[in-house]
Design a protein around this ligand. Structure first.
Ligand code: ATP
Length: 294
């Protein structure tokens, strides 16, 4: 009976390992291949990055023909600057990030990076230039360190360590029994929403892309986690052109430009101080959030 049991036990182990590998792969592909209709044009060229300037020019978009989501949207962000998109739930904020990464193509207008229409460049060069910190990050069944290095498995050890420091993960990692070798993912240590987002920030730093898109988590974080994420983002933003999809206005007060969206229209644009002085939609939202905090 033992002779029969041993191979069966071994097969069970192999099966579990294969299933794990497939799950990891599915997670990864799910992130990368949302829309098969997006492909390189025959004459596509490599995106040439000079500073990472982003410009949306009269961009319109709808997921379904009869329900427009973005209407003739225009805004620009200069090299190394931070632009924040704010607005009510469903206003179209995340859609902007999806269009920049070309999960979908615009139906009218253009999106330019350093003067090149993103539809004329190769998808690979476009996506190499952009690192995304998503709302909800998928952690693979592996160590924290592997998870951070996942966008660039050949990253130098110093680069990964620098990313850990910049994402303010050092104290958290030092508090774990196995340090950065601690296993995370479905089968490993449970990490909080805030820690997960900082792992995603570290991942984005390791990728070394000039443009950073930060899709802020909608779920409310405790104020300590929020502060840790904020300071991580501030450090990172200094070295990137960043686009922040914001759900809390407290995270955007230092932006070079804040774009206020209402039902897919840009209704206001300016710095925090300029928008407060306008006493319009942004100022109302600011007051509302201040009241909620009381
Ligand atoms: P939130 O703050 O809740 O994340 P948002 O401002 O980011 O919202 P989007 O996710 O960009 O809003 O969605 C804008 C509109 O597009 C919403 O009406 C939404 O229902 C719709 N929408 C989003 N994704 C899809 C999709 N894949 N298919 C069809 N409609 C979609």
């Amino acid at each position: 009976l033992l002779q029969l049991f041993m191979p069966l036990n071994f097969l069970g182990f192999v099966y579990r390992e294969i299933r794990r590998a497939v799950t990891d792969l599915e997670n990864m592909l799910g992130l990368l291949t949302r829309n098969p209709s997006i492909a390189d044009k025959a004459e596509a060229t490599e995106l040439q990055i000079s500073g990472g300037c982003i410009s949306f020019q009269q961009v319109s978009f709808a997921y379904q023909a009869d329900r427009p989501v973005l209407h003739q949207l225009s805004f620009a962000v200069g090299s190394g600057q931070k632009i924040a998109i704010v607005g009510a739930s469903g206003a179209g904020k995340s859609t902007i990030a999806r269009l920049l990464y070309r999960f979908y193509d615009v139906q009218a207008g253009q999106i330019l990076i350093d003067g090149q229409d993103i539809q004329t460049v190769t998808l690979e060069s476009l996506r190499q230039a952009i690192a995304i910190v998503p709302q909800d990050t998928v952690l693979f069944n592996s160590s924290i360190r592997d998870n951070i290095a996942y966008a660039k498995p050949d990253a130098a050890a110093e680069m990964i360590d620098k990313a850990i420091d910049m994402a303010h993960l050092r104290d958290f990692i030092n508090s774990l029994p196995d340090g950065d070798q601690t296993q995370v993912g479905e089968r490993g240590l449970k990490v909080s929403g805030g820690e997960k987002q900082r792992i995603a920030i570290a991942r984005a730093i390791v990728k070394g892309a000039p443009i950073l898109v930060f899709d802020e988590a909608t779920s409310s974080l405790d104020s300590l986690s929020e502060q840790a994420i904020l300071s991580a983002m501030r450090d990172v933003a200094r070295q990137h052109t960043s686009l922040v999809i914001a759900h809390r206005l407290s995270t955007v007060t230092d932006a070079d430009c804040i774009v206020v969206l209402r039902q897919g229209h840009v209704v206001e644009q300016g710095t925090h101080q300029q928008l407060l002085a306008q006493a319009g939609e942004y100022a109302r939202m600011w007051q509302q959030q201040a009241q909620q905090k009381k």
